[in-house]
Design a protein around this ligand. Sequence first.
Ligand code: EPZ
Length: 419
Amino acid sequence: MARIQIAGGRPLDGTVEVSGAKNAVLPILMASLLTDQPCGLSGVPHLKDVTTTMELLGQMGVEISLGDCFRVEMCARELAGDTAPYELVKTMRASILVLGPLLARQGVAKVSLPGGCAIGARPVDLHLKGLKAMGADIHVDAGYIVARAERLKGARVVLDTATVTGTENIMMAATLADGTTVIDNAAQEPEVVDLAECLITMGADISGHGTNTITITGRQRLDGYDYKVLPDRIEAGTFLVAAAMTGGRVRTTNARPDTLDAVLGKLEEAGAEISIGEDWIELDMGGRRPKAVDVTTAPYPGFPTDMQAQFTALNAIAEGTGVVRETVFENRFMHVQELQRLGADIRLQGNAVIIRGVEKLTGAPLMATDLRASACLVLAGLVAEGMTIVDRVYHIDRGYENIEEKLRQLGADIRRLTR
Ligand code: EPZ
């Protein structure tokens, strides 16, 4: 199993290009199921979750291939299947995103229930509630969601929580429904907006995306798409936190500053100097130690839960005490015990951690547990004295393209060990 080894203590310095956003690529690839026309998506990062999605769509009969660098070509001319199998869904919960498109396209879909994951129960009840409101007959049989609908009907769906993939599933299904669907308390994440923009290029009639009320009027059919995905705000944020923690200076290119307001505000509070352009963000820490910041995660435009672990690591070496509160997932602090192994002074209290910054961390062997926790451990390794080895880095490969190459480019002493 691959591991990442880091010799800490070097300030990062340089420029790094941000890859396409994983959490926009996945639903947009699934949207190819909504049409029998060719689709092409550019700016796709080479990630495990992307190859898993391509495998899933291929199993359904979608002709799919990797075009030139970072481009995926697809055509769901004839669907040869209606099932998202457990073997794939258990490795990638986002497989649930085939449910809406398959149901809308062919009237039947069987998707393995994703089951829980390391960061929480992560039910999909709101996805099912929305599709039922649109007339789908849905039941669970032997661990599979079985959904059927002659033709979905437009409906008003009020989401109890602003679920990101729930909003995406219902929005995709609604593009081919008979009538108008209104999603209230919809997720406003930039990835939801990017999916909506892509669907609109296919001929979908969507408005309100980016607000908490999205209106979709169904069409008889949709065209294909030729689209470029937006940059990954979480990858960009992760590199900027790495620069802040190491006292360095990093410019992230192919970035979207407008999708990172909450994160950039917290980095400035931590004492970083931030400058931005249309498609770049630069953080200069000037050799200073960051100041501790308080963070509470929330649905967009609030502070993103996917940046919580990274800021927990920043607070671990910051000046002062910071409180990090997690309100989106119920168990997203697995990185805390690992940070304590490096000497971090962190106390867990309910859904919050109180972190008293220490002058230095000491390198040690660590175990990654989930995607963003593993990124946090790599960041901590960049500042810990001595050697840190992060095990189970398959977690990190799900969401970060060549992270060790990008960090090495910025001056880190980091390499991948394969045994
Ligand atoms: C998406 O997950 C992202 N994944 C996650 O990114 C991200 O952390 C999360 O949104 C929150 O921003 C993708 O987009 C592929 P939710 P999702 O449904 O859609 C509860 C990463 O690191 N809920 O918005 O699964 C749920 O339990 C990953 O890239 C229900 O109760 O998250 C959670 O507490 C991790 N019922 C809250 O809503 C439902 O039917 C938010 O979950 C659906 C969700």
